[in-house]
Design a protein around this ligand. Structure first.
Ligand SMILES: Cc1ncc(COP(=O)(O)O)c(C=O)c1O
Length: 391
């Protein structure tokens, strides 16, 4: 990212009218006009310029959400960015916008488990078929393509197992076969990876995570290119998905420091990874070891790494892995990630029963760590003491 964007984040969205350094929160269902002619004029403007922030009703947004959309479109280098009440709402909107009964979609095997359940179970009820591909063998992706395939859905890296994929190759396969593409880019955010620039049609980020950064708000963004804009716009209208202005404000506030926080998450995670890489019973699921396929694929496409990592642990019993997690004192035990604080979870990937390609031995377990903004030496000391419980 160029320095100019970092500066833009600090200087954008000022409210010169009210002499405030931050924009106002405009809450509205009804938007008041001076006359019927005024209403029609706004509606005409919205038709001519559908990305221009012309609203006649609060469901379409207010200036508060429009500011956030403009900031995110600049960060994503996208034609437009839609906002949703949660990150998962953005996943749903992306798929719902471009698929209809009778269509097929191809989805990366290690997607976030609600995305897996949406595509493999829920869509089936609407006669939309899903095939999953192996992130490390794109022949499985090519093989799954049929005349009915409408969408390739990627999540990079894969949830919990952090598989990095050859994104350029996926895009070229999709383009050759005239198939649309979407990527869940919550891990890297467009600060480290710009999917629309790379050639994806849609780019999803859960704003709940690094965008807001303070674990106190939920939201999602779906950035799109011009090609899919009209389809997503139509689906957005029909679903009534809307991000509230208070949440939009908090996300805009979080974005001011996105670069500073992510740079620190990256530095801290690197130090923790360096420490963890010395343990024979732990395989780091993080782009740290230079000799791996995952590292090469990360290096090829990303300008940095965030603070979420996995540990593939060989242990005598699952109980001892859980004991290790429970004994972490500075890491909270809870869902989500991307906030200022460190978190740890034992991820029962096997029990979730939602992988076609993952080969996990009986004695292997996955722990997910979110490396927060604490002093990394404290985090390392904490992990060190908790590891004593791992047998
Ligand atoms: C990769 C990824 N995508 C999407 C989501 C969904 O985001 P939200 O919790 O904001 O609905 C999550 C949540 O954990 C996630 O990890």
């Amino acid at each position: 990212m160029s320095n100019s964007f970092k500066t833009f984040l600090k200087h954008t969205a000022k409210d010169f009218h009210n002499q405030s350094v931050n924009p106002p929160i405009v809450r509205a269902s009804t938007i008041i006009f001076k006359s019927m002619q005024d209403i029609r004029k706004t509606q005409d403007k919205a038709k001519k310029n559908p990305t221009g922030g012309h609203f006649d009703y609060g469901r379409q947004g207010t200036s508060t959400t429009h500011i956030l959309q403009q900031i995110l479109s600049k960060l994503e280098e996208s034609y437009f960015t839609f906002l949703t009440p949660t990150g998962f709402g953005a996943v749903f909107l992306a798929i719902f916008s471009v698929t209809r009964p009778g269509d097929e979609i191809i989805v990366a095997d290690p997607v976030y488990s609600p995305t897996r359940l949406l595509s493999q179970d829920f869509l089936k009820e609407f006669n939309i078929k899903t095939t999953f591909y192996d992130p490390h063998n794109l022949k499985t992706l090519e093989k799954a393509i049929t005349k009915k395939t409408k969408l390739i859905f990627v999540e990079n890296p894969g949830s919990n197992t952090f598989d990095f994929q050859d994104l350029g190759k996926i895009i070229s396969i999709a383009k050759k076969n005239k198939i649309l593409t979407a990527i869940d880019n919550t891990w890297g955010t467009p600060y480290f990876l710009k999917p629309i620039k790379l050639g994806f049609d849609m780019s999803i980020v859960s704003a709940t995570k690094y965008y807001s950064g303070h674990s106190d708000v939920m939201g999602g963004s779906l950035a799109v290119n011009k090609k899919v804009f009209a389809k997503v716009k139509a689906a957005e209208r029909i679903t009534g998905l809307r991000l509230g202005p208070d949440d939009a404000y908090l996300i805009t506030r979080g974005l001011r420091t996105l670069d500073v926080r992510l740079d620190r998450h990256r530095e801290n995670a690197k130090k923790v990874a360096e420490f963890l890489s010395k343990f024979k019973n732990i395989t780091l699921l993080y782009p740290y070891k230079k000799d791996s396929y995952n590292f090469r694929m990360w290096k090829k496409y990303y300008s940095g790494a965030s603070g979420l990592m996995g540990l593939r642990i060989k242990a005598k019993s699952e109980k001892s892995v859980v004991k290790f997690v429970n004994n972490l004192k500075l890491f909270g035990h809870g869902y989500s990630w991307g906030g200022f604080e460190s978190l740890a979870l034992h991820q029962n990937v096997r029990e979730q029963g939602n992988r076609s390609y993952l080969k996990l031995e009986k004695n292997e377990h996955i722990v997910r760590l979110h490396i927060g903004l604490e002093d990394p030496s404290d985090l390392i000391a904490d992990i060190k003491q908790a590891l004593k419980h791992l047998k």
